[in-house]
Unconditional design. Structure first.
Length: 340
C-alpha cells in the first residue's frame, strides 16, 4: 500500500510518501480502506519528536473510510460499510478500560502517536474502534470530527460539567477544539465568549453560535471578559493555547470558576499565583482526549446535525508536506484533512 512514514524526526521534509507492506489483519480486527485522515497539532508534535514514538512511524489520528475486510472473530460489520475510527488505542481489559475510562488506561495513546496512524491506504484496528457513519457526512467531514469533538466534549461535559446559563470562554475559537467547544457549549445553552486573531475568524465563530468575540491581538482578553460579564468573569475557560493565553484565561475566571486545559500549542511553561488559586477558589483541570462512551455521545449529536464538522480544506495524501506547512501557519478556520 501507499503510506506516508517518518524515518526521522524533523520538519515537513521528513514526511515520506512510499510503498510499504499491507497491514496483517488479526482475527479480532477490522481492516479499513482509508478515504480521509484529518491533521491535528499532535501530528506536528509527533513529527518533531515525542518520546515513545518508534521509527519508522505512520502519523494520523482521525480516520474515515470503508471496511475492506472483517476478521473472523468479529460480527456485526460488513465490507463496504462507511465508517470512522475512534482515534485512540487502549488495552480493553484493565480496570479503567472495563469501567469505560479508556483515557486512564496505562496503555492509552492516540492513534498515530505511540501506535501507527492513518496516513496510509489500509489500517487494521479492533472492532470497538470502528463506528459506522451516516450518508449525510462525506469522508472528509467524518475524518474531521473524532479527536477534537471528543476532546471538547470531555472538557466541557465530562470534566467541567457545564450547564444552562453558564458563561464559557473558549480560547482559540478558530481551532478544531475551539470550533467543537463553541458548539457544545451552545448545545448546553451556555453564553459563549471566544477569541481569535482576526475579524474574519471571529465572524465565522459567531456564525457557529459564539455570542461574543475578542480579537486577542487588539484586545486584552481578561479586560474584555470583565466588560462583557459585568465584572463577574466566566464559569469555565477552555484552554489549549498554553503560555500565550494562560494568565489571561486565569484572570477571566469568576470566583470558584473552572479552567480546563487540553493543550499547550504556544508552549507549556506557565506561572500560577497560588494566592489567586486558593483565595479565588479556582479549579484547574487537566484533560486528555475522552472516553469511548463520550465519543459515542458526541458523535450522536454530530450524526443528528446538532453539531457540525468544519473543514477548512483538504489536500491529497501525497501533498502531505504542504498540508503540514499550511497547518503550522495557523491560517485556517477548522480542520485540515488529507484525502485519498
Ligand atoms: Zn486498559
Amino acid at each position: 500500500m501507499k503510506a506516508v512514514r517518518i524515518h526521522q524526526f524533523g520538519g515537513p521534509e521528513v514526511l515520506t510518501y512510499e510503498d510499504i507492506a499491507d497491514p496483517q489483519l488479526r482475527k479480532d480486527q477490522i481492516l479499513v480502506r482509508v478515504k480521509a485522515c484529518a491533521l491535528n497539532h499532535l501530528d506536528l508534535w509527533v513529527r518533531k519528536g515525542l518520546p515513545g514514538v518508534k521509527l519508522p512511524h505512520i502519523l494520523g489520528s482521525d480516520v474515515a473510510g470503508e471496511i475492506a475486510e472483517v476478521g473472523e472473530y468479529v460480527s456485526g460489520f460488513e465490507p463496504g460499510q462507511r465508517v470512522l475510527l475512534a482515534p485512540m488505542h487502549y488495552c480493553g481489559h484493565c480496570a479503567k478500560c472495563v469501567a469505560g475510562l479508556q483515557n486512564q488506561c496505562r496503555e492509552f495513546t492516540v492513534l498515530g502517536n505511540a501506535v501507527d496512524g492513518g496516513n496510509c491506504e489500509l489500517i487494521a484496528v479492533p472492532a470497538a474502534n470502528v463506528i459506522p457513519i451516516p450518508d449525510s457526512l462525506d469522508f472528509v467531514q467524518a475524518a474531521s470530527v473524532p479527536l477534537v469533538f471528543v476532546t471538547a466534549w470531555h472538557m466541557l461535559v465530562g470534566l467541567a460539567g457545564v450547564g444552562p446559563g453558564q458563561t464559557v470562554l473558549v480560547l482559540g475559537g478558530s481551532s478544531g477544539v475551539g470550533i467543537a467547544a463553541i458548539q457544545i457549549a451552545k448545545l448546553f445553552h451556555c453564553r459563549v465568549i471566544t477569541t481569535a486573531g482576526d475579524e474574519t475568524k471571529l465572524e465565522k465563530a459567531r456564525a457557529l453560535g459564539a455570542d461574543h468575540g475578542i480579537n486577542h491581538y487588539k484586545q486584552k482578553i481578561s479586560e474584555e471578559v470583565r466588560r462583557i460579564t459585568n465584572k463577574e468573569g466566566v464559569d469555565v475557560a477552555v484552554e489549549h493555547v498554553g503560555a500565550a493565553t494562560w494568565d489571561e484565561s486565569m484572570r477571566s475566571l469568576k470566583t470558584a470558576g473552572t479552567l480546563v486545559t487540553c493543550g499547550a500549542t504556544t508552549g507549556p511553561d506557565v506561572k500560577i499565583d497560588l494566592r489567586h488559586l486558593f483565595a479565588r477558589q479556582l479549579r484547574l483541570l487537566g484533560s486528555y482526549m475522552g472516553t469511548m462512551g463520550e465519543l459515542h455521545e458526541v458523535l450522536g449529536h454530530v450524526f443528528a446535525g446538532r453539531l457540525k464538522p468544519v473543514v477548512d480544506r483538504a489536500f491529497p495524501l501525497n501533498e502531505i508536506r504542504r498540508a503540514h506547512e499550511y497547518l503550522e501557519k495557523s491560517r485556517m478556520f477548522g480542520k485540515v484533512v488529507l484525502s485519498l
